[in-house]
Design a protein around this ligand. Structure first.
Ligand SMILES: CC(C)(COP(=O)(O)OP(=O)(O)OC[C@H]1O[C@@H](n2cnc3c(N)ncnc32)[C@H](O)[C@@H]1OP(=O)(O)O)[C@@H](O)C(=O)NCCC(=O)NCCS
Length: 275
């Protein structure tokens, strides 16, 4: 893989000169995107020793090069017509994935066995772990990393990030439940086993406050095994008092504990897995 990374970086250095007529370059990039598609490579991961997010920039570069190297194509499905540069994923049944009509996942995203996609969208470079439910109208942005046994409830927006290449994508760790219509963007992170309430906005500038102690925790990061909801904090400006959003950690769960309301996940998943 190191050799492929070097070849991608060499192409990246001359990206402005590349066009769809460079078929050799497209072959190299296709090799990298196939690795993302099969799950053999991933754009980012949490280093288990440092707990820091490591971003593999060359894979992001491969995605950006792909857009430069592929031409627009018209795709027709029954009465529908689309025009795009990228194909969609294929072979879901072989991958053990259930994809309900209306769901789309682009080639270069990875869906692990047991994933269920209700009518939703998974963009290139995103990775969705085993047994995860991507519920109706949820969107998983480019390069977002979603763990195993996660529930992204209806309408959840997981932001994507391609540029700048070093920017960390959103990380949702294993066993997380994200409530309906929450928006998790710009490299925010939700720790393992946590429950995030409906409508929560989380990005790296949003303060995360522990309701028990009043302590301000790392911004944009819901700690593992916690229940967090959307809240507001008062801020004084020359123009008056305004309430800006924050995320409040209502309570801590013990490691391995499922929040009562998260048990819905298990019911939905059990129901969904019977393909
Ligand atoms: C986050 C959540 C799990 C909290 O549940 P809980 O731990 O049982 O908390 P409670 O319902 O006891 O509420 C505790 C407090 O937080 C507040 N609260 C609860 N959910 C909230 C939310 N989403 N946003 C803001 N405040 C919330 C409650 O008003 C309550 O305030 P109070 O103490 O002043 O009465 C739940 O509210 C939630 O959002 N679940 C997601 C549901 C969902 O999206 N399901 C999708 C199914 S497809």
């Amino acid at each position: 893989m190191a050799d492929l990374a070097d070849r991608i970086e060499a192409l990246w250095d001359r990206a402005p000169d590349l066009s769809p007529s460079d078929t050799d370059a497209l072959d190299v990039v296709t090799e990298a995107i196939d690795l993302l598609d099969s799950g053999e490579a991933r754009v980012a991961e949490v280093d288990p020793t440092t707990d820091q997010v490591v971003v593999h920039q060359w894979l992001k570069h491969a995605i950006l090069l792909l857009f430069r190297l592929r031409s627009m194509e018209t795709i027709e499905v029954g009465p529908f017509e689309y025009a795009d540069k990228l194909p969609l994923k294929h072979d879901f049944a072989d991958a053990g994935v259930r994809v309900v009509p209306g769901a789309s996942a682009r080639w270069g995203s990875y869906l692990a066995p047991g994933v269920i996609c209700m009518p939703s969208y998974v963009n290139i470079g995103a990775r969705v772990g085993a047994g995860t439910m991507v519920d109706t109208w949820a969107t998983v942005g480019s390069c977002a990393q979603i763990g195993e046994q996660v529930h992204l409830s209806g309408g959840v927006g997981i932001g994507g990030v391609l540029e700048p290449a070093q920017a960390a994508p959103v990380i949702i760790e294993d066993d997380v439940m994200i409530g309906s219509r929450a928006m998790i963007t710009q490299g925010a992170r939700v720790g393992r086993g946590s429950v995030v309430g409906e409508g929560t906005i989380l990005n790296p500038t949003i303060p995360v406050i522990d309701a028990e102690t009043g302590d301000e925790l790392a911004r944009g990061h819901v700690p593992p095994w916690s229940v967090a909801v959307q809240a507001n904090r008062r801020r004084d400006f020359p123009g008056g008092e305004f309430y800006l959003p924050c995320v409040l950690v209502l309570k801590r769960l013990t490691e391995g504990q499922r929040h009562d309301k998260a048990q819905l996940n298990d019911i939905l998943r059990t129901h969904g897995v019977s393909m």
